[in-house]
Design a protein around this ligand. Sequence first.
Ligand code: AMP
Ligand code: GLY
Length: 424
Amino acid sequence: MNILVIGGGGREYSIIWKLLKDNNKHKIFAAPGNGGICDMADCVNIGVNEIDKLMEFAKEKEIGFTIVGPEVPLSNGIVDIFNENGLKIFGPNKKAAQIESSKVFAKDFMNKYGIPTADYIKFNGFETANKYISHLSPPFVVKADGLSAGKGSFVIKYTEDAIEIAKDLLLKKTLGDAGAKIIVESFLEGEEASLLVLLDGSDYRLFLPSQDHKQVFDGDKGLNTGGMGAYSPYKGINDDTLEKIKVDIINKTIDGFKKEGIEYRGILYVGLMLTENGPYVVEYNARFGDPETQALMPLLESDLLDLLISASEGELGERAIEFSDRYACCVVFASEGYPKQYEKGKEIKGLPYRDKKDKLVFHAGTKKDGDKYYTNGGRVLNAIGLGDSLEEAIENAYKITDDVFFENMHYRTDIGRKGLKYEK
Ligand code: AMP
Ligand code: GLY
């Protein structure tokens, strides 16, 4: 089958890698792809949000199924448009994707259906926000309503910072429309976990729990990023907690979707905070997580395409989702400066990486020129280590730094460490 994958990050690389691992006869196109994806698939230079062009391309190449990686085309209704044109596609429609594209929508939804989440207040004007924030004791969290590539949430330590952030968002419009409304919410203490749920409209399957590392530096220090590394399975969710997550979060979410007239087919990413008082939802995303997906794809044993097509057709039926009983750890190699301004165009040494035992390199922000690869984004590569224990998976991921590197490359050295306390 001809398949189109939309996106050009490590997440899309890992999806394509898995599709070809399951069946190397698939003909895969990627828009726009990246330096490494172009070695596995035909890359076409169409942006992820050029929906009309993507649709024309899908018709011309007789694409049998399209998989959408990033949130922006989902929030702009790519799924509705493809479906109206008789094209099969994986992901939630525009109405459903609001669960990620508007934090106000998501918080109001959780509030209405009794899904545990941090208490919040929403504002659309600076005066009232300022008055409220001025009397609030940190820590608390300020969030822009709209999509902001992981850069719209701020954990506040000093009230003055919060006032500046509210001013930037509401008055200076530094994030444009995405910051036209803001949320101020209470700080949740605990450990974060990511749970990807494959939904077919009514039924669901769970991916293994994983854990992202959002902050740029070791020890969860520094600015939030799109994610500096992830590992799976995350064992901080025991059977009791999982049951609570199913009853208090997943079932209530699916029920809420039905009551709101939302047919959710696609991945629902549930970002969790495991607190003393039980699991809370920090955020929902309407898509596969990045870099969680890069840790999950090597562990997934079921046929990915079959799962995604059946979910998109509302027919998960009796299908099981199966995983190996190994561990995967994904370390992100980033450009100097990321998540702020960063340089591009550094030559990457050690590529193409000839996958060694239990070590894989997935491309994210890379570009190929001749037979050389260059950095072309903030998050450049994903080093994946596999192992029979978490420790072994971590060790294998970091061994890749012996062979693959670029000038001023930076990465966290503690990916996966938090998980070791749950291992015997
Ligand atoms: P979000 O954009 O909502 O995913 O938030 C980004 C990151 O900010 C999360 O992954 C957490 O690390 C942190 N965060 C967001 N909301 C809260 C909260 N209420 N309490 C503690 N940390 C939070
Ligand atoms: N890993 C966080 C995200 O995909 O948004």
